[in-house]
Design a protein around this ligand. Structure first.
Ligand code: TRP
Length: 331
């Protein structure tokens, strides 16, 4: 809450090519919030460097992520779109909040444990304090609502604890945020191992459909998607493959599970998989076209970044100066 205005903040990492899981679980929903919320969406490049990045790729993906935000329907006139490292207050509040976060709390973060296992040669301090920087992102804008994927719930819980703790010691300083996890599309699973989340970094290309995949590739990946025993298109826990495809179909077509079951009654998995591929490719086509147009207009994207950083910086500095005063820093 800034003044009497409710705020939303979310962030997407500019690492890896974004998947339909990122699109359906996060970006696509961003444009659907009521107008009473002031929306802030950032590209979290500071978070991205917790794992090793190729500099030129990081730079390109930062542009791409911003372009995808816009191509997915976020109007820069109505949403504050910015790059995290362009607003130094994130790193600064991140450090301050490090001193209000316990080692034990961070040790319990499942994402840290997963990433440490995956990057055993680079378990750096940033990977460990990653969730505190995320808390800083959120608390700087006094966010009421934070749209996230289900895998980020634990980080949001930690953010709430940090905010509460700080407020207890220094009096009302931060809005304690609520997570917003979309009911459908919150978790799109791998097309090859449908009990695992679809991951940007999955080494098996057939497991992942990316927002920018060409049409023929999308169709091919869905044709190869793993289904389950039986032949019925039915949403059920014992049919993780078919259920995942139904979730994707439902998200892109707007049809309910019951409607989808009726549509494919008596038809085989083959027809169904073709239909899921087509509806996905059709839905992504306009996003891809707009993305391509934007990536050819770097000057425009840079203007959006600049204006976004100015607006975000204004709000961030307000919160930061309040924090500095409360903890006893000299101005
Ligand atoms: N950790 C989030 C993810 O990996 C990205 C993120 C960084 C974020 N800062 C945030 C999400 C603030 C929401 C709010 O998905």
């Amino acid at each position: 809450m800034i003044g009497d205005q409710k705020t939303i903040l979310s962030g997407v990492q500019p690492s890896g090519n974004l998947t339909i899981g990122n699109y359906l679980g996060a970006i696509k929903n961003f444009s659907a919030f009521p107008a009473e919320y002031k929306p802030f969406y950032c590209v979290v490049d500071l978070h991205a460097i917790t794992v090793r990045q190729v500099p030129a790729e990081l730079r390109r993906r930062t542009y791409e992520t911003l372009a995808l935000y816009i191509a997915s329907g976020l109007d820069p006139e109505k949403n504050v779109l910015f790059v995290q490292s362009h607003v130094p207050a994130h790193a600064e509040l991140g450090w301050i909040l490090d001193c209000y976060t316990m080692f034990g709390e961070l040790s319990r973060m499942t994402q840290f444990k997963d990433k440490s296992a995956k990057h055993a040669d680079n378990i750096n301090a940033g990977l460990f304090t990653y969730p505190v920087l995320m808390a800083a992102d959120i608390l700087l804008y006094q966010a009421d609502l934070v749209p996230i994927g289900a895998d980020q719930k634990q980080h949001l819980e930690l953010t709430r604890n940090i905010a509460d703790r700080f407020n207890q010691v220094y009096g009302e300083t931060f809005t304690v945020p609520e997570p917003y996890i979309a009911a459908t599309g919150m978790k799109i699973m791998s097309l090859q191992e449908p009990t695992l989340k679809m991951s940007k970094s999955d080494p098996n290309p057939n497991a992942v459909v990316r927002i920018l995949d060409p049409r023929d590739e999308i169709l091919r990946k869905f044709k190869r998607a793993v289904t389950d025993s039986g032949a019925e298109v039915r949403f059920s826990p014992d049919k993780p493959g078919v259920s995942n495809l139904m979730t994707i179909y439902s998200c892109f077509s707007g049809k309910t599970f019951a409607e989808i079951e009726a549509e494919f009654a008596g038809k085989g998995y083959g027809d169904f998989k073709t239909a899921v591929g087509e509806v996905t490719a059709d839905a992504l086509a306009p996003v891809q076209a707009e993305f391509a147009r934007l990536m050819n207009d770097k000057a425009y994207l840079e203007n959006v970044m600049k204006s976004g950083a100015e607006q975000a910086g204004y709000y961030a500095r307000k919160t930061l100066s309040k924090v500095r005063r409360k903890i006893g820093f000299v101005n």
